[in-house]
Design a protein around this ligand. Sequence first.
Ligand SMILES: [Zn+2]
Length: 210
Amino acid sequence: MFVGHFAVAYILWRLFPQVPLPVILISVSFPDLLWSFLVPAGVERVRIDPDSPLQKFIVFEKFPYSHSLVLGTFLSIILGSFLGLAMNNILVIPVFALGSASHWLLDTIVHLRDLPVLGFDGDTKVGLGLWKRGVLAFLVEIVFYVCVSAIALSGFSLLYALLLGGVFHGINANSFLGKGKKNSVKSSNSYAGLALIGFGAFTALATFLI
Ligand SMILES: [Zn+2]
């Protein structure tokens, strides 16, 4: 999931306007940002299918630090505490943890059963697997994004949010609909790099426009 995470950021910003939007955008991206560093570091593992770009064929072999509810949220509290102290804003800590946990919760809708709950070996793994139905997953994510954005934002902020979401979801379309015979992403490291660029670019543009 990509744009769907940012819709939750808008809602959190609406609820807690004392926390700057970029901090909230980073909080909902935190699991994937962390993951994009831990994959090339060899700490977490993902296997892509060279023959298909579809999300459902990506095997997330191991990502206990970035994508578990308990350990991941704990790590987000640590980073949130640094940010909260640096900004002299205690509210940053719970809002950052909420944003990060919301990422895990939304991921459980689309991921196959690969998301760890605790983050330790022998852990329970969850995932409802909406990615198995690519067209439906594509529609559900953009409808969710549009509806939640419309609740949270208004005026030009809403307009820019919808434009941003539409463009990025469109760029992502092949991973849902994947008519291509081959996967243009050649390695797990480039897949992690793309995630970093995607989340980074969206956060920068949303900060600038919204
Ligand atoms: Zn994720």
